[in-house]
Design a protein around this ligand. Structure first.
Ligand SMILES: Cc1cc2nc3c(=O)[nH]c(=O)nc-3n(C[C@H](O)[C@H](O)[C@H](O)COP(=O)(O)OP(=O)(O)OC[C@H]3O[C@@H](n4cnc5c(N)ncnc54)[C@H](O)[C@@H]3O)c2cc1C
Ligand SMILES: NC(=O)c1ccc[n+]([C@@H]2O[C@H](COP(=O)([O-])OP(=O)(O)OC[C@H]3O[C@@H](n4cnc5c(N)ncnc54)[C@H](OP(=O)(O)O)[C@@H]3O)[C@@H](O)[C@H]2O)c1
Length: 463
């Protein structure tokens, strides 16, 4: 519930709504809650998108809710799975200037530098949560920390019509050094805003031989979300796969510590850098060896170490002696609490919930389609996704415009307007299709499409 959740809370409460917030972590901060705790190795092949963030945990059938169970867990796996460690490393700094990374009414102090450490961002987000009286120590009944939303289902009323949503929730409480109590319950709402972030499911490439290497050498082939400190790679030969933002920044961080760094980028078919990567790759240190796309992780004889393995590139080059591989190959959108909206996902609706819905969440986790203004689900605008628009700044602009308290319009009214006049939603769908989107964080771009959306917002009948 950090940036997107905090903004949604503020706008909705100012508009007079009763709002409840559920946050799986123990504090606000979201992505900016850095910990030394590392997520588990990313599976190869990728886990199905619907459960790529976590496998939902529901209470046993036929028990009365709330229902509790006590677990012993010496290694803290239960807690790690529940909170989901965030994909941030120790030296990470913001890549957008502080003036565009701030909440309205909550400016950075005068003189704040533009580039911020993640600790500064965390403190800033926490201070805003305190200002809103929803920090974890505020004892505000609107908040439920340590609480993961496991399932969100559309309810059917007595007249057989769809009405509101039921959430299945699970809280986790540490009650002894290795003992945890899990409690499950449900709560009902008129509308749901999903603000779970975008970087919760790793995307690993499909490369022949990789699955075998990952199984043979646990902990040596890691996704960027597991990267914390360069000292762990001291004097090693490291292969970084990917050369976008994470790839280039990790390359810089590793540079003083690793013995040798290879960095594999794509596409390399024309022998030149792809225009999309130029900006990021400029930051890669000169002594990093840039190499092309990987064709295969060649088989390693039984009992031999990873260093004896060979990595074959598409141009025929062989890379020997790799100690570790870091995949900076991006993330997927994963919404485990909404399995019914994924085509073909196994899903058993609870009694009293809608049985048939139209899937709209792409199975490859590449983007979220059918959203009016990248926010409201066009078929049912009482379901909103906030934070799809890239960063804090975008979220602020869009929410401030759409949920502006001064308009006096409710989320549902905005949604109805979107249904009647969904040009912008249509633009979104068309753009997605036209671009053949593979791994887009945004469907609406920043050019003509964005202007179209902004002008549609100021038309009578919308705001
Ligand atoms: C490595 C990295 C660096 C980045 N650097 C920048 C930067 O410099 N500048 C910038 O503007 N952006 C940056 N971003 C993007 C950054 O993540 C967003 O700007 C910001 O965190 C978005 O806020 P959010 O609230 O949408 O999502 P998040 O910060 O991801 O927050 C989502 C919250 O939802 C909670 N949650 C998830 N699932 C559930 C559930 N089922 N039940 C309950 N709670 C749940 C999570 O615990 C989390 O607290 C970066 C991202 C990454 C991965
Ligand atoms: N503040 C910071 O310094 C900072 C640091 C890191 C990340 N971030 C943010 O985090 C978000 C995610 O960034 P990200 O870099 O992790 O993900 P990303 O931008 O999605 O980049 C993933 C990259 O991996 C490439 N890739 C995928 N498979 C590959 C393969 N087999 N071989 C070579 N390359 C491959 C992709 O290439 P294709 O494009 O061809 O698919 C893409 O360039 C961004 O919003 C970014 O701004 C910020």
């Amino acid at each position: 519930m950090p940036c997107s959740g905090l903004i949604a809370y503020r706008e909705l409460t100012e508009a007079g709504f009763d709002v409840r917030i559920f946050e799986r972590d123990n504090v606000p901060g979201g992505n900016w809650h850095y910990t030394e705790e590392v997520p588990p190795d990313a599976p190869v092949p990728n886990a199905p998108t619907v459960i790529a963030d976590f496998v939902p945990s529901l209470p046993p059938a036929n028990v009365d809710l709330p229902y509790s169970e006590v677990f012993e867990d010496e290694h803290g796996e239960i807690w790690r799975d529940h909170r989901g460690p965030k994909p941030v490393w120790e030296s990470l700094r913001s890549n957008a200037p502080s003036p565009v990374q701030q909440f309205p009414q909550w400016p950075w102090p005068a003189g704040t530098q533009w580039e911020l450490s993640h600790y500064q961002l965390r403190n800033y987000v926490r201070s805003y949560a305190s200002y809103l009286n929803i920090n974890s120590n505020d004892e505000n009944p609107a908040t439920a920390y340590n609480t993961r939303v496991e399932r969100i289902e559309k309810r059917i009323n007595q007249a057989g019509k769809e009405q509101g949503w039921r959430l299945w929730l699970k809280s986790l409480e540490r009650i002894g050094s290795h003992t945890y109590r899990a409690t499950w319950w449900t709560e009902d709402f008129d509308a749901v805003a999903v603000t779970v972030g975008k970087y919760n499911a790793p995307s690993m490439p499909s490369i022949p031989g990789l699955e075998e290497w990952v199984q043979r050498f646990p902990g040596l082939l890691r996704h960027a979300r597991q990267y914390r400190r360069p000292e762990a790679y001291a004097n090693q030969t490291v292969l970084i796969v990917g050369a976008s933002v994470s790839g280039s920044e990790i390359s810089r961080d590793l540079n003083r510590h690793a013995g040798k760094v290879y960095q594999s980028f794509r596409p390399d078919t024309d022998g030149r850098l792809h225009y999309r990567l130029e900006n990021y790759m400029r930051r890669i240190p000169k002594n990093t060896t840039l190499v092309g796309e990987i064709k295969q992780f060649l088989p390693i004889p039984e009992g031999s170490p990873i260093q004896s393995g060979l990595v074959k590139l598409k141009n025929g080059t062989i890379l020997p002696g790799i100690d570790s591989v870091i995949f900076t190959t991006g993330f997927r959108y994963s919404f485990p609490s909404l399995p019914q909206y994924y085509d073909g996902a196994t899903y058993l609706p609870h009694e009293g919930s809608a049985k048939s819905v139209s899937p709209f969440l792409p199975l490859d986790g590449s983007y979220v389609r059918d959203l009016y203004l990248d926010i409201f689900h066009i078929q049912d605008p009482t379901l909103a996704f906030i934070g799809r628009r890239s960063d804090i700044g975008h979220a602020v602009i869009f929410l401030a415009r759409i949920l502006n308290a001064r308009t006096g319009k409710s989320l549902v009214e905005h949604g109805k307007a979107s249904k009647q006049s969904n040009d912008a939603g249509t633009v979104q769908q068309d753009c997605g299709r036209a671009r053949g989107i593979r791994k887009a964080r945004l469907v609406l771009g920043s050019g003509t499409e964005l202007r179209h959306v902004v002008s549609s917002l100021s038309r009578p009948g919308i705001i």
